[in-house]
Design a binder for this molecule. Structure first.
Ligand SMILES: *[C@@H]1O[C@H](CO)[C@@H](O)[C@H](O)[C@H]1NC(C)=O
Ligand SMILES: *[C@@H]1O[C@H](CO)[C@@H](O)[C@H](O)[C@H]1NC(C)=O
Ligand SMILES: *[C@@H]1O[C@H](CO)[C@@H](O)[C@H](O)[C@H]1NC(C)=O
Ligand SMILES: *[C@@H]1O[C@H](CO)[C@@H](O)[C@H](O)[C@H]1NC(C)=O
Ligand SMILES: *[C@@H]1O[C@H](CO)[C@@H](O)[C@H](O)[C@H]1NC(C)=O
Ligand SMILES: *[C@@H]1O[C@H](CO)[C@@H](O)[C@H](O)[C@H]1NC(C)=O
Ligand SMILES: *[C@@H]1O[C@H](CO)[C@@H](O)[C@H](O)[C@H]1NC(C)=O
Ligand SMILES: *[C@@H]1O[C@H](CO)[C@@H](O)[C@H](O)[C@H]1NC(C)=O
Ligand SMILES: *[C@@H]1O[C@H](CO)[C@@H](O)[C@H](O)[C@H]1NC(C)=O
Ligand SMILES: *[C@@H]1O[C@H](CO)[C@@H](O)[C@H](O)[C@H]1NC(C)=O
Length: 801
């Protein structure tokens, strides 16, 4: 095909006639020139020129600053392109100040003026010579960014798309006005034809050239179009200027009918790319079916055509119908320039592409016409709104947050969780997990953040109406690469559980114990179970003799009577009340959230209670020591202290620790109170096998308090122990019915080695207690700990003195 041939020829010529830049002052590579098909391209880096370089065209007549308007009239186009970072000048081969030899060799000369940051201007000279890379078509239309240019071989004439009427009118005007100098009249819809001189037309911005073999006409785009018109052709804006040149040479009136038309549609952003449309037949350049058939269309970018395999690979699309040609270039396709940056803490981006379009066709008279068009297009400023998807599943107890819509040049570098900062690397070393994932069906990506509800950073809020709420405020730190420009995204997630209550206990009274039971619920771990100030652990249970069973269903705790933690009330010889309290509390604050104080009625056999307020209550079988002894004849060391209640065998005493002759002994760890139950001599049984005095000691009653529990006694002279004392009943006679519970070897005599100087008058000095007792009964302490069986020991005969 002819077209392919021209193309290859063009490449050949371009390589062989590389232009030369003659300027010794110019740093190497600072300015590049290139001969393109129909213009010289001068390119210079903005880093060299500063942001506002200027050009001047230089010829024999002098220096001509290329201003916006001057460029559009004289065939120069200057663009500052921040994205590739350069400035460029496109100078048409027919530009005003170019030396043209036979429409084949073109010599350019420019001044490049740069301004440095101090405002100092420097001028460089740029010259170039181009040999025509591609032969001229009979008619060529160039739709530059700032002007329209048409050039025709001087022997071409075609009355394109005109009715006879129009032509007759023009002819009539030409005949009546023609002189030997050339004049011009512009055809406009519904307007009178008004002849004017070429210099008058030049004043209006229209330039006519007659070169060696071609006629050139150039017109700026003028929306207020003085002599042209802008119309809608099949949905596209088309600007048309239609001059007719004429002059009289002897008897002949010569007329040249010119028309230039360019599509002035802007590119549009359709959400996925840039789209540009033009009519397939650019009327009035061409309108007939021959135009359609002969039409060849190619596209490219940056002023150069691209082969179809490349455009296809880049995703460009060219759709040609009878009415319109539509070109679409996807966002961020190769050939364009994209930029991203942060504005208002949001990711912004835009994409620009400088479309180049070429169409060749036979006009209505069969003359080959080649139309070239430069069309810069850009998307509006687009912003990428991030969003999160809350993928938390309550049952998993992990916050799962999906952060989506991150462009490929955005990285997550850190997160702040409820005010705690983590870089991505740090986060991965903890229980947080951050994973990057591609986003389905898009070029975007996403991050998934997983934070367990129980992680220390998660805020936990419990309200007494049973609502448990976990919350997490996230501050994502994102950066745009490679410039590492940061921005932030905030998100909050909450997870709420209803009907969350502290554990509930059930208490059951047994004959000699209380059993507590608690069914496990999912949120039990929010609370801890305690006895008094102590946390209930298997260890504590073992130490105090509680029997604890903890399985997946429930927790049961059996608390034997007299173990630590009981309080006693209403003691008489028949029965008494024992109370044991179990609590649940918040681990951090120790705030008690629920408690159960189970109160049970127990049968009294024997007992000793050393209360926190300093009262000893003891019920004991005195006949065990002296068979046949009458309990109603007993008293304490102070014989006026009589039993509160007696029956056949037992006596019940209740007395203050500082009354009834109670002896007190203080050593460095504890305070020991001791009294004795004695029996009057005359009521002693005759069968008693030992010597008798006025009164016989039957039972020793002892209460021991840790010294540390009694600090109020020393500070305020008030008896108020922190916990009940440890009571012991010592009898002198072996009794089979008692469970041996306490090893005699661990029992210390009351004659202490040291009596610390406590400032407390210890009362009478207590006589030493020798191991007179075979059996010792211990209450409230270590009952289950010391289970060594104690049989009667013949090596310790009972001794009374
Ligand atoms: C050409 O003639 C037609 C009718 O004769 C008229 O409607 C039209 O405006 C004319 N065109 C121009 C450019 O004058
Ligand atoms: C618009 O397109 C149709 C084909 O769809 C064509 O016949 C018509 O000539 C076009 N109009 C102009 C003004 O080019
Ligand atoms: C995020 O991207 C998805 C899919 O690409 C889109 O459906 C959604 O609208 C985007 N969200 C926002 C806030 O732009
Ligand atoms: C964090 O760890 C997970 C799994 O261990 C891994 O898939 C992920 O890529 C890591 N993330 C980063 C940012 O290193
Ligand atoms: C992604 O694309 C596939 C096919 O290309 C489609 O089946 C699927 O529904 C799409 N998913 C989304 C989220 O659009
Ligand atoms: C998010 O984190 C950044 C960096 O730590 C901080 O500058 C910004 O103020 C934070 N935003 C909020 C709302 O806390
Ligand atoms: C997130 O998901 C959880 C679990 O599905 C839900 O309870 C919560 O209301 C959701 N919304 C927010 C904003 O966290
Ligand atoms: C009972 O067992 C559960 C685990 O099954 C444990 O979390 C809890 O702490 C245990 N309770 C006590 C009081 O030891
Ligand atoms: C013992 O006390 C209970 C009340 O606690 C009472 O009902 C009962 O009668 C008392 N028994 C004797 C023998 O006093
Ligand atoms: C003591 O009790 C016995 C019976 O247990 C009774 O016979 C005797 O009279 C009582 N003595 C006194 C002084 O109450």
């Amino acid at each position: 095909m002819a077209f392919g041939f021209w193309f290859w020829l063009g490449v050949f010529v371009l390589v062989s006639v590389w232009p030369s830049v003659r300027c010794s002052d110019l740093p190497r590579g600072a300015v590049e020139t290139e001969c393109r098909d129909r213009y010289l391209l001068v390119t210079t880096e903005l880093s060299f020129t500063g942001n506002e370089p200027r050009f001047e065209a230089v010829d024999a007549d002098g220096v001509h600053p290329i201003t916006k308007q001057y460029g559009s009239e004289c065939g120069y186009m200057v663009s500052i392109l921040p994205l590739p970072g350069h400035a460029e000048l496109r100078a048409s081969y027919f530009s005003c100040h170019t030396d043209n030899q036979d429409d084949a060799v073109f010599t350019f000369s420019f001044n490049l003026i740069t301004i440095d940051e101090n405002g100092v201007e420097t001028t460089y000279t740029v010259t170039a010579t181009c040999s025509l890379p591609l032969p001229w078509s009979p008619r060529e239309v160039s739709c530059e960014e700032n002007y329209m240019e048409v050039s025709m071989r001087s022997d071409v004439s075609c009355l394109s798309g005109k009715t006879a009427d129009n032509w007759t009118a023009a002819l009539a005007t030409a005949h009546s006005s023609a002189t030997s100098t050339w004049q011009v009249m512009f055809q406009q819809e519904g307007q009178q034809l008004t002849p004017m001189s070429l210099s008058e037309a030049r004043e209006l911005g229209y330039v006519f050239h007659l070169t060696q073999g071609r006629l050139v006409f150039r017109s700026p785009y003028t929306p207020r179009s003085v002599m042209g018109s802008v119309s809608m052709v099949n949905g596209s804006l088309v600007e048309v200027v239609h001059p007719i040149l004429f002059s009289r040479q002897r008897w002949v009136v010569m007329m040249v009918d010119w028309v230039v038309a360019c599509s002035t549609n802007e590119g549009m952003y359709d959400g996925s790319g840039l789209v540009w449309e033009t009519p397939t037949l650019l009327s009035p350049l061409v309108s007939g079916p021959s135009g359609l058939e002969s039409s060849k269309i190619r596209m490219g970018v940056d002023g150069q055509l691209l082969d179809e395999p490349i455009t296809t690979e880049r995703g460009y699309r060219l759709e040609i119908s009878d009415a319109t040609v539509q070109i679409s270039i996807p966002f961020n396709a190769d050939g364009g320039y994209r930029n991203s940056f942060v504005m208002d803490n949001m990711y912004h981006e835009f994409y620009v592409v400088r479309l180049y379009y070429e169409q060749t066709f036979m006009d209505d008279c069969g003359v080959e016409t080649r139309l070239r068009l430069h069309r810069p297009m850009n998307t509006p400023l687009l912003f990428q709104r991030l969003s999160i998807i809350n993928q938390t599943v309550l049952e998993e107890r992990v916050f799962t947050v999906y952060l989506e819509n991150l462009s490929y040049d955005v990285d997550l570098v850190a997160v702040t969780l409820n005010g705690h900062d983590f870089t991505i690397l740090e986060a991965n070393k903890t229980s947080l997990v951050i994973t990057m994932v591609p986003q389905p069906n898009s070029t975007l990506h996403a991050y998934i953040l997983r934070v367990p509800f129980e992680d220390a950073v998660v805020h936990k809020l419990y309200s007494t109406d049973g609502v448990l709420q976990y919350s997490l405020d996230i501050n994502y730190t994102l950066v745009i690469l490679p410039q590492e420009e940061p921005y932030y995204y905030l998100a909050s997630v909450v997870a709420q559980f209803n009907d969350v209550f502290a554990p509930v206990f059930n208490g059951v009274c047994n004959e000699k114990s209380i059993t507590f039971q608690m069914d496990h619920k999912p949120f039990d771990y929010l609370w801890e179970v305690g006895v008094g100030h102590y946390l209930l652990t298997p260890n504590l249970a073992a130490k105090r003799g509680y029997v604890m069973r903890n399985d997946s269903q429930s927790l049961t705790l059996e608390v034997p009577l007299f173990s630590v933690g009981y309080t006693y009330k209403d003691v008489n010889l028949t029965q008494f009340h024992g109370t044991f309290e179990i609590i649940s509390r918040v681990p951090k604050t120790l705030e008690v959230t629920s408690s159960l104080a189970q109160r049970c009625l127990f049968q009294t056999t024997e007992l000793i209670v050393c209360s926190t307020d300093g009262v000893v209550t003891v019920a004991t079988d005195v006949t065990l020591a002296i068979p046949g002894a009458e309990p109603n004849r007993t008293s304490l060391l102070d014989s006026t202290c009589r039993p509160q209640e007696t029956d056949d065998t037992r006596a019940l005493f209740s007395f203050g620790l500082h009354t009834c002759g109670t002896r007190v002994q203080v050593d460095h760890q504890r305070v020991t109170y001791e009294n004795e139950i004695t029996i009057e001599q005359e009521f002693q049984s005759v069968t008693a096998p030992f010597k008798t005095g006025n009164a016989a000691s039957v039972v020793t009653v002892r209460c021991v308090y840790p010294l540390s529990d009694l600090y109020k006694l020393f500070a305020f002279w008030r008896f108020e122990a922190d916990s009940p004392g440890i009571g012991t009943i010592l009898t002198t006679v072996p009794v089979k019915t008692f469970q041996p519970t306490f090893s005699p070897t661990t029992r210390r005599p009351l004659s202490s080695r040291t009596t610390p100087n406590t400032g407390l008058t210890p009362g009478r000095k207590m006589p030493a207690i020798h191991p007179r007792a075979k059996y010792v009964k211990v209450f409230s302490w270590q009952i289950n700990q010391q289970r060594n069986h104690l049989g009667p020991d013949p090596s310790h005969p009972i001794q009374w003195n």
